[in-house]
Design a protein around this ligand. Structure first.
Ligand code: DHK
Length: 150
C-alpha cells in the first residue's frame, strides 16, 4: 500500500458520539456524522478511516492498525488526552504525522484540561476552532504527507 492509498485515520475518543447534544455551549451543535462529512470533504479523493469509541483499548487497537496501514493520524482523544499513557505509548510508535485535535480551547477551560499527556507524541495540536478544526487538521496532514502543496 503506497502513500497514495494509505488512509488518514481520524480517531475520536469518549463521549464524542454525543456531539450535537453534549454541552453545546462548549462543543457546538454539530453531530459526529457532521464531523465525518467535514472530514471527507476536506480529504477529497484521499482515503479516510473515521472512527469513534468510548473504550481506550479500541483506540489503541486503531492506532496499531494505523501504524501498519496509515499515512497520518488526526486524533481527538477527548478526556483520555489527560490520563492515557497507553495512548501516548501507542502514538510514539507511529512514524507518520499526527495532529492532536480538541474542539474546545482546552487552555481556556478548567485546569484539569490544560495538560494533555499525548501532546508529546504528536506533530501538532489544534484546539478551540470548533469542529472546523478537523478540516484544518486534515489539511495539515495532506501537506505533511506531500499530497497538497505546502
Ligand atoms: C473533548 C472532550 O471530551 C474533553 O474531555 C476534552 C475535547 C476536550 C474537545 O474539546 O474536543 O477536554
Amino acid at each position: 500500500m503506497t502513500a497514495e492509498t494509505r488512509p488518514i485515520y481520524i480517531l475520536n475518543g469518549p463521549n464524542l458520539n454525543r456531539l450535537g447534544t453534549r454541552e453545546p455551549a462548549i462543543y457546538g451543535t454539530a453531530t459526529l456524522a457532521d464531523v465525518e462529512a467535514i472530514c471527507r470533504a476536506a480529504a477529497g479523493k484521499h482515503p479516510l478511516v473515521f472512527r469513534q469509541s468510548n473504550a481506550e483499548h479500541e483506540i489503541i487497537d486503531w492506532i496499531h492498525e494505523a501504524i501498519d496501514q496509515g499515512a497520518g493520524i488526526v486524533i481527538n482523544p477527548a478526556g483520555l488526552s489527560f490520563t492515557s499513557i497507553p495512548i501516548l505509548d501507542a502514538l510514539k510508535m507511529f512514524s507518520g504525522p499526527i495532529i492532536e485535535l480538541h474542539i474546545s480551547n482546552i487552555h481556556r477551560r478548567e485546569p484539569l484540561y490544560h495538560k494533555s499527556l499525548v501532546s508529546q507524541a504528536v506533530t501538532g495540536v489544534i484546539c478551540g476552532l470548533g469542529v472546523d478544526g478537523y478540516r484544518a487538521a486534515i489539511d495539515a496532514i495532506l501537506r505533511l504527507i506531500g499530497k497538497k502543496a505546502k
